[in-house]
Design a protein around this ligand. Structure first.
Ligand code: NAD
Length: 334
């Protein structure tokens, strides 16, 4: 691209560093600065820089010195809203990691702020764009199983991060399930109307909060999805996508071990559906969609306006788990 868009990346810790490596491979973007509070993170980024890049310990300082078109936020969720507002005030667009914010209230306040200061704000819900989820999406678009009537979702991992995740009260629902809930919204093209949930912490958990949850999601047209998530799990583990079964009158689609299977009607023997190699997947699709939205002045698919509905699901599941009561989603009441 003749004039690549200039980006300041904020946060080059665990995931940020891999973002930094990835974004430097994308032609339409030039990383002009990297910001992180920790010297160690900045040093690690410098070692991975393919061009000269300025480093700063705070975004404010970077914005005073460097001209950029957008920021990429890859810091802990509690910092997302303030960093986004600061960048928007300086006239920059914002792309950020999930979850939008730590709480729904913060997310709503940020959404209100972006309405007053219109800039592109997009959350990279990268799981939508991986090849497995895209294959399932294509089957649904082709009508391979007819209208989906129910689904089952299962996620089982045992992941030790350390740091901020260990302190969260409902870690699975706050940090991980948003991917799976957002995938469901994307695949079904429906919103959730009500949720019941429980969450719990097994005795051996290294997370202080609840790494396990069972959530029943009722989507529009009474499509029921039963979701089971385990993040301090034992036994056979699933990939990050989890395992998903969607069932319609004409059959079922299953995503198991990142392979996609199509069951025709009541057939017990599935056909494996090949997963196409794609030029861009995952975070690079997020990036491409975001750049397109800036250049063409369009609304990206996982804009803040859309993403607030995914974080609403997290908040509703947490509220349902805490109270034991069914939560009716607010947009459904409007
Ligand atoms: N989409 C995915 O698959 C995926 C995977 C992992 C993490 N994430 C998300 O990425 C984000 C970061 O997660 P992580 O695992 O990299 O966390 P991390 O703790 O490993 O790294 C965070 C980095 O941000 C820096 N930081 C914190 N506050 C800052 C501030 N105000 N200004 C500048 N730097 C600051 C820290 O010093 C650290 O280097 C989170 O929102 C997380 O949910 C997404």
């Amino acid at each position: 691209m003749e004039n690549p868009l200039k980006v300041i990346q904020v946060g080059v810790g665990g995931f940020g560093l891999s973002w930094f490596e990835l974004i430097q491979t994308y032609e339409g973007v030039e990383v002009v600065a990297v910001v992180d509070q920790l010297d160690g993170s900045l040093e690690a980024a410098k070692h991975r820089a393919t061009n000269q890049v300025q480093t700063f310990k705070g975004l404010e300082e970077a914005l005073e010195v460097v001209e950029a078109d957008f920021i990429l936020i890859v810091t802990p969720p509690s910092t997302h809203a303030s960093l986004a507002k600061l960048a928007i005030k300086h006239g920059l667009h914002v792309m950020m990691e999930k979850p939008l914010t730590n709480t729904l209230e913060e997310g709503r306040r940020l959404l209100a702020f972006t309405k007053k200061h219109p800039k592109k704000v997009m959350i990279s819900q990268n799981y939508r764009w991986n090849s497995q989820i895209q294959t399932v999406k294509e089957l649904l678009i082709q009508g391979a199983i007819g209208e989906v009537e129910y689904g089952d979702y299962y996620f089982n991992k045992a992941t030790r991060f350390g740091g901020w995740r260990d302190e969260y009260e409902n870690i699975l629902l706050q940090d991980m399930s948003i991917h799976h809930f957002d995938i469901l919204r994307y695949l079904l093209e429906k919103e959730v109307t009500e949720i019941t949930a429980t969450s719990f912490r097994p005795s051996w958990s290294w997370f202080k909060g609840m790494p396990h949850a069972n959530v029943n999601l009722m989507f529009e047209q009474e499509i029921r999805v039963s979701y089971t998530g385990r993040w301090a799990g034992k036994g056979r583990k699933t990939p990050w996508n989890g395992e998903l079964r969607l069932v319609g009158k004409k059959g079922a689609i299953e995503l198991v071990d990142d392979r996609v299977f199509l069951y025709d009607d009541e057939d017990d023997k599935p056909k494996e559906v090949p997963i196409k190699t794609r030029e861009l997947t995952d975070r690079l699709v997020s990036l491409e969609l975001f750049i397109h939205s800036i250049l063409k002045d369009t609304i990206p698919p996982t804009s803040i306006e859309d993403n607030i509905k995914s974080i609403e699901l997290t908040a509703a599941a947490i509220a349902a788990a805490k109270t034991g009561e069914k939560v009716v989603l607010s947009h459904h009441l409007q």
